[in-house]
Write a protein that binds this ligand. Sequence first.
Ligand code: NAG
Length: 158
Amino acid sequence: MHAIVVVTLLIFCTVSSVHPQVFSFSLPVGPGGGESFSLMGEGRITAVRVWERYNNNIVGLQIRYGPIWSPVVGSQSGVGKDLELFDGEAIIQISGKYTSSLQSVVFVTNRSRSLQAGQPRGISFNMYPTSQEAELRFISGQVRNGFTSFGAHWGVVR
Ligand SMILES: *[C@@H]1O[C@H](CO)[C@@H](O)[C@H](O)[C@H]1NC(C)=O
């Protein structure tokens, strides 16, 4: 009985030291509503693309993992803006503003570069990983004529 407890504890400690708390989730902003989505792919994020309606809110989003672009979430209307990451560059912060939908968004990399789109109006938010080693892995939320919900998942790419 004791042995089982000790072994279990050992395994637990080993696992938690190999994988410290590198995964975290930034709770979604926005009231929600519409269709749920998860933007995810294999490997490291290499580019991000955002569409904003003319002088208006964010309507579309696409992420490239390695060489492969994800499907577009939302619509490709208005102005498209993108940011290509360099090798060894990662997204470590997302900030922006929202009202009933996402109005503006800023993706910031660990080389202090950023992609900014949309209009700065509404309530501010700021999302980042809890661990310094972690970077943006996925985005999930809900869309209906814009992003009514927008959350970020952080982790380590091995
Ligand atoms: C950015 O993050 C990546 C992935 O964690 C890392 O390999 C790289 O060294 C970081 N670069 C800087 C400038 O912090």
